[in-house]
Design a protein around this ligand. Structure first.
Ligand SMILES: [Zn+2]
Length: 326
């Protein structure tokens, strides 16, 4: 019998990562197309994605009837039940876009849509650091802080889709920095790549520590990556900042541990590429602050799938909500 396949798309602001998977989430083919942001209704972009799927799957000798479903991740808030995206700044979608309805109209197949941080968590659960455990949480550290929680094998959406919007937990009660969300003191302002820079400029004038970062700080060109690189070489100011950032992330992990009690807390996103130094500092702070029964058996791990997490997780939507449901 011919194998069934899954179409998966991780729609980003500049590129859409596309994949064709088998029903065990083995990747048959992956590629990317540019994201067309010229049409505010989203229809044009979704048509381009659909056409790309049809073209590639035809080359591989599949028809649309062979497609179990289409999984899509988008950078914006999503109503999971209806597959409506409630606007997406990076895609130039100012209004709601009924992504599931448009896509199923084109393909005639069932469509599942979720936000990019949630699908990344699902991707890591199925094929990455999550090792297929049904209780995991992912913290994505990029320009901002995103998150996804999988509890009992299902993504936590909450009553209006804001479940796991962990970037906006207030951890900085002095509210030193304003957040993109309009409020202040969110963890995103102190533990993202942007947050690292905020802390550097805040603490540097107060501390008389020699640092190799000084020329970059004075030049206003220091990056989070520079800070982690300096810390790895033993730079005291770099280490001070890395410890601060790790404490905030550990605090976030402590909240996750006593709410959904994940087996794996997976740290992903561009900043996680700092690797060992970040993970070890988070672990140290985590062990000190977390309710002891909640941390027993919990592991803090670096994500494994990198930029593919969203695409794998988009395919994972079909595996979790269609194949395993049967
Ligand atoms: Zn915020």
């Amino acid at each position: 019998m011919k194998k069934k396949i899954i179409f998966a798309a991780d729609i980003g602001g500049t590129t859409c990562k596309l994949g064709i998977f088998d029903q065990n989430l083995r990747c048959i083919q992956k590629w990317a197309i540019n994201t067309d942001t010229s049409d505010q209704t989203g229809v044009q972009l979704l048509k381009q994605i659909h056409n790309a799927f049809v073209e590639k799957s035809t080359m591989l000798n599949y028809q649309l009837e062979d497609v179990i479903g289409v999984g899509i991740g988008v950078p914006g808030p999503v109503d999971f039940e209806t597959g409506v995206v409630r606007g997406a700044v990076n895609l130039n979608w100012p209004e709601s876009v009924p992504v599931a309805k448009i896509m199923s109209g084109l393909s005639g197949r069932p469509v599942f849509v979720d936000n990019d941080a949630n699908v990344a968590a699902l991707g890591e659960m199925h094929k990455g650091s999550g090792q297929n455990h049904s209780d995991i949480a992912m913290i994505t550290l990029g320009t901002g802080v995103g998150g996804g929680i999988v509890s009992n094998g299902k993504i936590v959406h909450g009553h209006n889709g804001s479940g796991a919007e962990i970037g906006h937990i207030r951890v900085d009660h002095d509210q030193r920095f304003k957040c993109n969300c309009g409020k202040s003191g969110c963890i995103e302002t102190v533990a993202s790549a942007t947050g690292v820079i905020n802390l550097v400029h805040y603490y540097h004038p107060q501390l008389s520590i020699q640092s190799q970062l000084l020329p970059l700080i004075n030049d206003n060109s220091v990056s989070a990556k520079d800070v982690f690189e300096a810390a790895k070489k033993g730079d005291l100011f770099g280490l001070f900042i890395v410890e601060k950032v790790s404490q905030y992330i550990a605090y976030l992990a402590s909240i996750l541990s006593v709410t959904s009690n994940p087996k794996y807390i997976i740290v992903g996103g561009g900043m996680s590429e700092a690797g060992h130094i970040l993970i070890e500092n988070i672990k140290t702070a985590y062990q000190q602050i977390v309710f002891t029964p909640a941390q027993e058996g919990t592991e803090i791990l670096q994500a494994q799938l990198g930029n593919d997490a969203g695409m794998v997780g988009a395919a994972g939507l079909i595996k979790t909500y269609m194949i395993e449901k049967e």
